[in-house]
Design a protein around this ligand. Structure first.
Ligand SMILES: Cc1ncc(COP(=O)(O)O)c(C=O)c1O
Length: 403
């Protein structure tokens, strides 16, 4: 099983390429939760995620012959960029197989870091098949995204940094996809400080670990569906599962809505941009998915910041809905002059701001002399939104809230 000494041996190699990322106290999240929350800002890592650590360590352990033959991997996300940069820095040739419809921004970033991108397959699984073919055809070493001891050891250097930066830490919260990250961090921390709790977090739509732990063997999901694409994995690995069973205290889940709220709060309050997978650890703290005491020193690991701009727009909107700051309503008015004025007069007097307004006359659901109005509004919070809805209903409007 992964050892502390393997992680300590990785530390020098990793620090030659990766950044030691900050650990910052958060007034906002400490106040909200009653805990003492310190954020491990791994979203500020080179390439935007921790993957550079494991990839650097794996490539550093190649023999001369393996270095000459180069490496290959399959990834649609952060691992692609991590391997590309780690290989380039080590002077090793890399081929990265990405699904044909991988986001263009990720393809470009991977090329920018010096990886040769091969676009093949409709999804990750097909890309992986192609990567293994290249492994055998060209004699390249396959760099696994998580189920590899050198990769886990590299990710574990985050655990060494956390202990060094905050020796009073009591609980560390870590996202789980394939489990390499948590295996590394849990080993680094528990082998030195068995008193520190390690909590794993998965997205509800990609959770396999709680069922696997219960069964005592790895369970694989049929499909995954979550906004946190970095941890959208059908199962953990064999080696990572062994470490999780041994060294992780508890594994909890959070919903996509809770993830969206955490991303939005981090942006608004901490000026920090994370991707969905980077927000799950904080979401679990905010939703109190595990028990913690007042004043407990908790470190959620914010492991990546590579979020697609289109996805970010949707996530912020969902986050605003969760915060009671965005409301979409429909109601039916008489199709006559002044009818709309009456409605928006109430909204204006209440201090809600109209983002967009849309009139619909063609609907068969309404009378021919009626018009349906859909309004998107900015409200101040859940109470402000609820009061506005009450006021509209008291004034005789039948209002539907669109979720
Ligand atoms: C941002 C981010 N967080 C967490 C993870 C989970 O890491 P692991 O697959 O090692 O569990 C990933 C994996 O790609 C990731 O990209």
């Amino acid at each position: 099983m992964l050892s502390l000494s393997a992680i300590e041996a990785a530390a020098d190699r990793v620090s030659a390429v990766a950044r030691r990322t900050p650990l910052e106290y958060s007034h906002t999240f400490s106040e909200r939760t009653g805990a003492e929350v310190f954020l491990k800002l791994e979203n500020m890592q080179r390439t935007g995620a921790f993957k550079i650590r494991g990839a650097t360590n794996r490539i550093a352990t190649l023999s001369d012959a393996e270095r000459d033959a180069g490496v290959v991997t399959a990834s649609a996300g952060n691992h692609a960029q991590g391997v590309a940069l780690a290989a380039t820095r080590a002077g090793v040739d890399s081929k990265i197989v990405m699904p044909e419809h991988a986001p263009i921004s990720k393809v470009k970033a991977t090329r920018w870091y010096g990886g040769e991108v091969v676009l093949d397959g409709v999804d990750y699984s097909e890309a992986q098949t192609r990567a293994h073919e290249i492994e055998h055809e060209e004699g390249r070493t396959y760099v696994h995204a998580f189920d590899d001891e050198a990769v886990m050891a590299g990710q574990g250097t985050i655990g060494l940094e956390i202990l060094d930066q905050q020796p009073d830490v009591e609980t560390v919260v870590v996202p789980i996809g394939g489990g390499g990250l948590i295996a590394g961090i849990a080993t680094a921390i528990r082998c030195q400080r068995p008193d520190v709790r390690i909590i794993g977090v998965q997205a509800e739509g990609a959770a396999s670990v709680p069922a696997s732990l219960e069964a005592g063997e790895i369970r694989t999901r049929e499909r995954v569906d979550t906004v946190a694409d970095g941890i959208a994995t059908r199962s953990v690995g064999e080696q990572t599962f062994e470490v999780i069973e041994e060294r992780v205290d508890e594994v909890v889940t959070v919903s996509d809505e809770e993830i969206a709220l955490a991303v939005t709060l981090l942006l608004e309050r901490s000026k920090t941009l994370v991707e969905g997978a980077g927000a799950v650890a904080l979401a679990a703290v905010l939703e109190a998915r595990f028990d913690y005491a007042d004043g407990e020193v908790i470190v959620p690991a914010l492991c990546g910041g590579n979020i697609d701009m289109n996805v970010l727009t949707t996530v912020i909107l969902r986050g605003m809905i969760q915060m009671g700051r965005y409301l979409k309503i429909t109601t039916v008015l008489k199709d006559q002059p002044g009818a709309l004025q009456g409605l928006i007069g109430i909204i204006a007097a209440h201090g809600a701001n109209i983002y967009a307004i849309h009139h619909e006359r063609a609907s068969r659901e309404i009378g021919m002399s009626d018009t349906e109005v859909e309004i998107e509004l900015e409200t101040h919070g859940p109470q402000h939104a609820a009061d506005l809805l009450d006021e509209l209903e008291s004034a005789g409007y039948e209002v539907d809230v669109i979720k």
